[in-house]
Design a protein around this ligand. Sequence first.
Ligand SMILES: NC(=O)c1ccc[n+]([C@@H]2O[C@H](COP(=O)([O-])OP(=O)(O)OC[C@H]3O[C@@H](n4cnc5c(N)ncnc54)[C@H](OP(=O)(O)O)[C@@H]3O)[C@@H](O)[C@H]2O)c1
Length: 311
Amino acid sequence: MSNKIKKNSLIFVAGHNGLVGSSVIRRLKFHGYKNILTISRNRLDLRNQNKVNTFFSRNKIEAVINAAAIVGGIYANNKYKADFIYDNILIQSNIINSCFNHNIKQMIFLGSSCVYPRNCKQPIKEEYLLKGELEKTNEPYAVAKISGIKMCESFNYQYKTNYKCLMPCNTYGPNDNYDTLTSHFFPALIKKIHEAKIKKKKSIVLWGNGKAKREIMYVDDLADACIHFMNVNTKESLINVGSNYEKTILEYANFIIKKLGLKIKIRFDKSKPNGTPRKILNSKLAKNYGWKAKVSLNNGFEKVYSSFLKK
Ligand SMILES: NC(=O)c1ccc[n+]([C@@H]2O[C@H](COP(=O)([O-])OP(=O)(O)OC[C@H]3O[C@@H](n4cnc5c(N)ncnc54)[C@H](OP(=O)(O)O)[C@@H]3O)[C@@H](O)[C@H]2O)c1
């Protein structure tokens, strides 16, 4: 069912400086939305419910895309477990509650494919949520995100809101985090292989055994999914948004090595974790609602690498 947000409606994008938030801003502008509201973290800490409520009271917001969260790869998830669960639960709960208090019907909440059980059947359907044990390396993050999904579902059920929880696969693009320890695997690979090029290294070392399979998506596709679902009412609260593009970590490394015109060896540090063995989403539901990813790995990589070089 259509529920179009007007081009001059006030849309609040939380987390606008991040990988996903900055893409949402780019894509909203591209699609002709004129009234986009943002606020920096030092002016509004989204963990503070009173301040979040006051901010919502002062602005006539009609839709919210929440791209604010504490996010990271295996190392960060493991080391900062408390921040991953506490901050994420506060940020998302405050935004959901303020949307409700201010009668905002359209809110997009972003989760991640790691909310699904570690060993669940692949491709992962939405109905597999809570049907098995989570991956230990990101359990607190996943539990926070699952509580966000259940909160949206509960508000939708009790108060007839239409909050949507989009579960994306791994996402990459401009404005990503390239910190060696806290980044996700794809930006970490880009940085490692680029540095090998600059330093004329003969080999690189990757975490784990390289056999884990991952689905990745260019961030503008995810931003377009947020905008698409902001404009449709759905029966379901939980919707997977994946690209259906899957390779092993080793294959991604070889892809980047080839793109940079290098001939280097890959060695593995098998003392480091692999994470979940395979994660690919079944995104048929999103497709049935009219969304699908468009950007190829080749095009996405060209864009992300040129933005990486400008950093
Ligand atoms: N990256 C991925 O591969 C991926 C995949 C699936 C899902 N997602 C989801 O997409 C969403 C955004 O992820 P991302 O990769 O764009 O993360 P990101 O680049 O780290 O951006 C997160 C944003 O949240 C803001 N933020 C964090 N804590 C805050 C607080 N207490 N108050 C106000 N703002 C706060 C940050 O502000 P500062 O800029 O001031 O630090 C930053 O702008 C997350 O919900 C994540 O779960 C991401």
